[in-house]
Design a protein around this ligand. Structure first.
Ligand code: GDP
Ligand code: IMO
Ligand code: MG
Length: 448
């Protein structure tokens, strides 16, 4: 069977921790979108593994596949693999030959365009990894795919077509003096050809590329368990998120089919588990109705949560913006993804607060809304209708981890019941700390 793990909010919900736990029962862990913009932290026996591109199943020694829906920077991939090897792991990672390649000019253009957009408040606050420009070239049919790296003639053709266009964009639209800049190599066909041909040779010699749809469907037919690992989250999905402050792929569950070549009927007959953070955190720009930034006391509260929850971007180190849980956002996620279950993380971080609120609904033009409006401008006009919950104290979370769900403070359980009933999906797990043994697991989606 298949289990798809999806971020329910704005990314960084703690997906990596759950993929690590349930990945133990899978045979293959598959990323279906995004690239090294993702940052997942997995903590095992006190060792912290930071993963950007390598699927979180690598920590368990599972086969990891980067599906055709991913965008792959070979340079960061090999660096990450080397780091994991130094940490004593032996990651087995396969790349879809249909996946697109992030080239150095994509990163340069990502940076330039963000700077230009910031004048009009349109910058998304990207991770600067070249994600958007690579997906643009994919849609524009001028991308370079992993399979092209293995065929020097095709690689040269692709680069000879694309690079002069990119160079003209940088020079003529954005006014960059490419030749005299630090980015000259990024727009040099010969340099790119040699470098990427070598990556291709390495991929080939290590047998790292696959026809992902075929590879995965065969495994599924053989009875192997597939775990689809979404990166990012529903509200930064290019179609279902808060456009234009979004990433350029589809983290929602539908992406698991399109981004791997496994049939939607197969993905849809499996489990889809939404990962929920017990409050909101956000790197990047755009409105955030339940953000804690209005008054000094709200900002103090946000600082407290940020410090306690370690809310600093895994990829960029940026402090994350903090808000109360946003229920309309979660209802929207439940509908778009069809959650069969949810995991709620970080309830330990909220422990010890004097007050706990959630944005139960929005008020917009005098009306109460239970889900998100379709335009981000209208979303920005929404005022949260808060509902308060009885707070819970910090407890011995290690003991809770041992004893299980009933040892979670009663007020926190009430909070969890509320979330579950509003999204219409049962709770499969509750995160009470970052470590592998700091998750209370109620149900295993692979046993459904
Ligand atoms: P992802 O991008 O969704 O995989 O999430 P990240 O790994 O970027 O961010 C989640 C952070 O919270 C990581 O540092 C995790 O180790 C940590 N974490 C995950 N679950 C919990 C939890 O239940 N409680 C606490 N305190 N930390 C958690
Ligand atoms: P994980 O998988 C949180 C955000 C960026 C920016 C927007 C576009 O760790 O949950 P991009 O570089 O993708 O073009 O940036 O999306 N973003 C994330 N925010 N978690 C992530 O990944 C993110 N990946 C991208 O901050 O607002
Ligand atoms: Mg992350």
């Amino acid at each position: 069977m298949t289990v798809t793990i999806v971020g329910s909010q704005l990314g960084d919900e703690g997906k990596g921790a759950l993929v690590d736990i349930w990945g133990g029962d899978s045979d293959v862990v598959v990323r279906y979108q995004g690239g090294d913009n993702a940052g997942h932290t997995v903590v095992q026996d006190g060792t912290e593994y930071k993963l950007s591109l390598v699927p979180s199943g690598a920590v368990r020694g599972k086969v990891g596949v980067l599906g055709n829906g991913c965008v792959i920077n070979p340079e960061t991939l090999f660096e990450e693999l080397d780091t994991l090897r130094e940490q004593g792991l032996e990651p087995d990672v396969r790349l879809a030959r249909r996946a697109h390649v992030i080239l150095p000019y994509h990163r340069v253009l990502d940076g330039i365009e963000e700077e230009v957009k910031s004048d009009d408040d349109l910058a998304a606050g990207t991770t600067g990894r070249g994600i958007g420009p690579t997906y643009e070239d994919k849609a524009g049919r001028r991308g370079v795919r992993v399979g092209d790296l293995l065929d020097p003639d095709v690689l040269r053709d692709r680069l000879e077509y694309a690079v002069p266009q990119k160079r003209a964009l940088a020079e003529e639209v954005y006014g960059l003096d490419v030749e005299n800049s630090e980015h000259a190599d990024a727009f040099d066909v010969e340099h790119l050809f040699e470098t990427y041909r070598e990556y291709g040779e390495r991929l080939k010699s290590e047998s790292m590329t696959v026809n992902a749809g075929e590879f995965l469907s065969n495994k599924h037919a053989d009875g192997e368990e597939l775990l689809f690992e979404g990166a990012q989250g529903t509200s930064i999905d290019i179609d279902h998120g808060i456009y234009p402050y979004v990433t350029s792929s589809n983290p929602t569950a539908g992406g698991a089919a399109v981004g791997t070549g496994v049939a939607p009927t197969v993905v849809g007959s499996g489990e889809v588990v939404g990962i929920v953070k017990a409050y909101l955190s956000r790197v990047g720009t755009g409105p955030l109705p339940t953000e804690l930034d209005g008054t000094d006391s709200e900002e103090e509260l946000a600082d407290f949560i940020r410090e306690k929850g370690g809310e600093f971007g895994t990829v960029t180190g940026r402090p994350r913006r903090i808000g109360w849980l946003d229920m309309p956002m979660l209802r929207h996620a439940a509908r778009a993804n069809g959650f069969t279950g949810i995991a709620v993380n970080h309830i330990d971080v909220l422990a010890g607060l004097e007050e706990i609120n959630v944005g139960h609904a929005y008020e917009l033009d005098g009306e109460e809304l239970l889900t998100m409006p379709a335009t981000t401008e209208r979303w920005g006009e929404c005022e949260p209708v808060l509902r308060s919950f009885e707070p819970w104290d910090d407890v011995d979370w290690a003991a809770v981890a041992e004893e299980g769900y009933d040892a979670i403070p009663a007020n926190a359980r009430e909070y969890l019941d509320y979330i579950s009933s509003e999204v219409g999906a049962p709770i499969y797990a509750v995160g009470i700390g970052p470590g592998r043994d700091e998750t209370v697991v109620l149900d295993n989606p692979f046993e459904k």
